[in-house]
Write a protein that binds this ligand. Structure first.
Ligand code: HAM
Length: 423
């Protein structure tokens, strides 16, 4: 049987030049988030299962069907993180957050959900996320959404669409739940099996169902905002007003609830038309997260953007790194005695020219074969030394674009490289 060496479904090997684009996105995120006072945090890729279960919601698709959960050797139930927020808040809680303390963090990294793979839907995907904890007022919601838009602008996704809604406070929940139950109950026999269960366990989830006819029924469901307290409505109105004042275009999406249960007040999702069915490039909202034994939940607001989807959206606009150069300079050594001096030369050039990609060919193959390698690497300059050049302290230089070829003294090499490769 042939070895199965493909990556697992829904996972990918990512190669250059694509990895360069990933770095570009991460760099853009760092630049923007730093300026808003956020610092990078790195949390473990796996956590105790309970970190996710309650906070994401036992009725959420993520917890119900998608978590990669396993027992370790000590019999503990562990889960590969399906999202970043719960782990980050666990870390913040563990670091000791006193009343009135504020934390602003951002993170990058792989997340894991056992979803059916499709374009833009992966089992291992990567998020760029931020969490702002400890400032519980609507202006922080405005700042976070506006920062997300700045980041999307910076990476060239200017034509994104921001949808926002409110879920109100926990004390509004019962009123909304009752109204939604009354609305969906007469229709429930025509709805999917999951929604039939959700009617009793968590009726809000029906608003997030992706199948027909549930989706169509959900379009006429009562609007959450109409069922909220004045306090919750005022909060949301301030967020909307703030967004207008800072120049963020948005659309009110009265039935947006998002797939995770920890949200309170503001929820939002950003879509891009360059994507297909999985068109959300980012999503987020205000949340309350608690862990067993904690007196009060931690409240914060944040978002996460899917890196694969950001890249697909950029690709739909014709952006991205198309071609790369494996080497700016290729050092060819003709004959075995020239190989080690070739490596020594590479060492001095690596130290002198920080921005250039320099490779040495150690094979001592024929000149023709080594030149083929230099062409394949798309090298700009090829340096050639054999026994003769080594003996008289010279080196052959070929500029690939013009095919100009000269032999120069070794002590002229640095200036030659600097002038010809315009450094
Ligand atoms: P989420 O909406 O579940 O929110 O995920 C955020 C983004 O991750 C999505 O908008 C999408 O771009 C990307 N994403 C999610 N699942 C997949 C997948 N299977 N394949 C590819 N991309 C995917 C959260 O995760 C929250 N933690 C966001 C948040 C932060 N809320 C507050 N703070």
């Amino acid at each position: 049987m042939a070895a199965n060496i493909e990556p697992l479904p829904g996972t990918s090997d990512i190669w250059e030049p694509e990895t360069l684009e990933w770095i570009e996105l991460e760099q853009a995120a760092r630049d923007v988030f730093h300026r808003y006072g956020y610092g990078e945090i790195r949390t473990p890729i796996f956590e105790r299962t309970e970190v996710f279960e309650k906070n994401l919601g036992e009725e959420s698709d993520v917890v119900q069907k998608e978590m990669y959960t396993f027992q370790d050797r000590g019999g503990r139930s562990l889960t590969l993180r399906p999202e970043g927020t719960a782990g980050v808040i666990r870390a913040i809680a563990n670091s000791g957050l006193d009343q009135g303390d504020e934390r602003r963090v951002f993170y990058f990294g792989p997340m894991f959900r056992g979803e059916r793979p499709a374009a833009g839907r992966r089992r291992q995907f990567h998020q760029i996320g931020v969490e702002s904890v400890g400032t519980n007022n609507p202006w922080m919601d405005v700042e976070v959404i506006s920062m997300l838009c700045r980041f999307l602008d910076k990476i060239g996704l200017k034509d994104c669409h921001v949808n926002i809604n409110t879920k109100g406070l926990p004390e509004d929940r019962q009123r909304v739940t009752t109204a939604l139950k009354e609305y969906f109950a007469p229709k429930i026999n025509d709805m999917c099996e999951d929604c039939r269960r959700r009617l009793e366990t968590n009726v809000w989830r029906i608003l997030d169902c992706k199948c027909e006819p549930c989706k169509t029924f959900a379009q006429d469901a009562p609007k959450i905002i109409d069922l909220l307290s004045d306090t919750s409505r005022d909060y949301f109105n301030k967020v909307c007003e703030g967004l207008k004042q800072v120049g963020v275009d948005y659309e009110f999406a009265p039935r947006l609830v998002r797939g995770l249960d920890y949200y309170v007040h503001t929820v939002f999702e950003v879509t891009h038309t360059g994507l297909g069915a999985q068109d959300a490039v980012a999503g987020g909202g205000r949340y309350q997260i608690a862990f067993p034994g904690m007196k009060n939940p931690i409240e914060g607001i944040g978002f996460a953007a899917g890196m694969e989807r950001l890249l697909l959206a950029r690709e739909s606009l014709g952006m991205g790194v198309k071609t790369i150069r494996d080497a700016d300079i290729m050092i060819l050594s003709l004959g075995e005695p020239a190989v080690l001096p070739g490596l020594q030369l590479a060492e001095t050039l690596w130290q002198s020219f920080g921005d250039l990609r320099i490779k040495a060919d150690f094979t001592a193959r024929s000149m023709k074969a080594q030149m083929r390698g230099a062409n394949k690497a798309n090298a700009r300059l090829v340096l050639i030394r054999g026994e003769n050049e080594l003996a008289d302290g010279t080196i052959g230089c070929k500029l690939m674009e013009t095919s100009e070829q000269v032999t120069i003294k070794m002590d002229e090499l640095h200036d030659f490289i600097a002038s010809k490769l315009s450094i």
